[in-house]
Design a protein around this ligand. Structure first.
Ligand SMILES: [Zn+2]
Length: 426
């Protein structure tokens, strides 16, 4: 064990929690991964993963990035599971009659529909601890049926019993397919057609012949971890801000050129000598709140308030994280708003869509702090989960600094839900 990084990994429940012991990792027994359960019943989603060597990180991220692009274009890709099984998959949101015909022509099998356990629960299909559920249908799938099962904003299916569900394996192709759809910021659902054709024994050659990209399910599960581990500072500049003129913005990018995160470094973080805990704020980007001044949330106030507070205190850092809508993306956030307008609260709306109430990960934040040389922080937050997640990533959180702003008539309910259900200390 001594030469391994222990990765506390949660597919479904919580953000990935990873120790940032980055050195000395030499072993990688995959593709796609080897997982051993560590703690039994009380931590059913946590596993030890053996991280890939640095030489494989770029290939791993690239395979996932390319697969994500294909899914967003409505194209199918092949996911290879841990035991060598494989499936042709397509994002439910992008399924059309043509996609269904093409999937059948290539795989010659009737697909299943993989959805998250949360979506299966709100549809009344099953309650399970599994991350994903596989729905079958006795009839050929219609594109409209697929969309209705995946999208809570489309009309409900009248006879849900026609689509029984079974648990998908933790590291199966189906769970990987749902994970890919999430990474693509699409609805978390995918058609999955097992590839059983003997012609596909040489899977790589078969994919080349059919013009299909292939991705290992393990690379999907490790994607956010790998992307965070490979963040590098790629540019920085002085950007004087209103109320915080001594400000520098540092941009971080993962090795594959994926999502960039920003560190807004104000004044003298850590005091004159730089040896004190750094006043820090983690802010997840919110296009509507940060840029447009939306009154549906409190993000704009929190962003500008944090910058002012940090400047007033003499210095600190605000990490601006590219995880819109608590990690579900802008399009899905707008869908969640639509659901909220029909009566769901902010967390129930996410769950109707099939997402966790909070899909954010704080690994990039921890890695940026490490790269900036800040090992201990005073965290401006009302969210105890952030403290726990950062601490689990190896950042010493020495103090919580309260950070709340008055509500308005549009975001009162949103703030109450964050306090009642999200445990926020407002
Ligand atoms: Zn917001």
């Amino acid at each position: 064990m001594s030469n391994r990084t222990i990765v506390m990994f949660a597919v479904e429940k919580k953000p990935l929690i990873v120790s940032l012991c980055l050195g000395g990792v030499t072993e990688y027994v995959a593709p796609p991964l080897r997982a051993l359960e560590l703690h039994g019943q009380d931590m059913p989603h946590r596993f030890e993963l053996i991280p890939m060597p640095a030489s494989r990180e770029r290939v791993s991220l690239l395979a996932v990035d390319r697969a994500v692009s294909e899914l967003r274009r409505g194209r199918s890709v092949v996911v290879r599971g841990a035991a060598g099984e494989a499936a042709l998959i397509a994002a439910a949101e992008a399924v059309t009659p043509d996609v269904l015909v093409e999937m059948h022509n290539v795989s010659h099998n009737q697909p299943s529909l993989a959805i998250t356990a949360r979506r299966a629960s709100v549809l009344g299909i099953t309650e399970t601890e599994a991350a994903a559920v596989i729905l079958s249908s006795t009839e050929a799938w219609q594109a409209e049926t697929v969309l209705r099962l995946a999208d809570p904003l489309s009309p409900m299916i009248s006879d849900i019993k026609k689509y029984p569900g079974i648990d998908a394996g933790t590291y199966s192709c189906a769970t990987g397919a749902v994970g890919l759809a999430k990474l693509a910021r699409l609805l978390p659902a995918a058609l999955v057609s097992n590839i059983t054709n003997p012609d596909a024994d040489d899977l790589d050659g078969w994919c080349v012949r059919h013009g299909l990209l292939i991705v290992d399910a393990g690379d999907v599960f490790q994607y956010e971890h790998t992307a965070a581990r490979t963040l590098k500072a790629v540019s920085d500049a002085k950007v004087p801000l209103e109320g915080a003129e001594d400000t520098k913005i540092v941009a971080f990018r993962p090795i594959d050129g994926g999502l960039e995160h920003l560190a807004i470094v104000i004044g003298m973080p850590g005091g004159e000598k730089g040896d004190e805990a750094v006043l820090a704020r983690l802010h997840s980007e919110c296009f509507t709140g940060d840029l447009l001044g939306s009154l549906r949330c409190d993000c704009g106030d929190q962003l500008r308030g944090a910058i002012n507070e940090i400047a007033k205190s003499g210095g600190g850092v605000l990490l601006y994280l590219a995880q819109e809508g608590r990690g579900i993306g802008l399009v899905n956030k707008l869908r969640a708003y639509g659901l909220q307008d029909s009566g769901f609260d902010t967390m129930d709306a996410n769950e109707q869509l099939g997402f966790d109430a909070d899909e954010r990960v704080y690994l990039p934040a921890a890695e940026m702090l490490r790269l900036l040389g800040y090992s201990s922080v005073r965290l401006m937050t009302n969210n105890p989960d952030k403290i726990e997640a950062l601490a689990a990533c190896g950042v010493d959180v020495v103090e919580r600094v309260a950070h709340a702003f008055p509500s308005n008539r549009h975001n009162e309910g949103y703030l109450k839900t964050k306090a009642a259900k999200g445990g926020h200390l407002i």
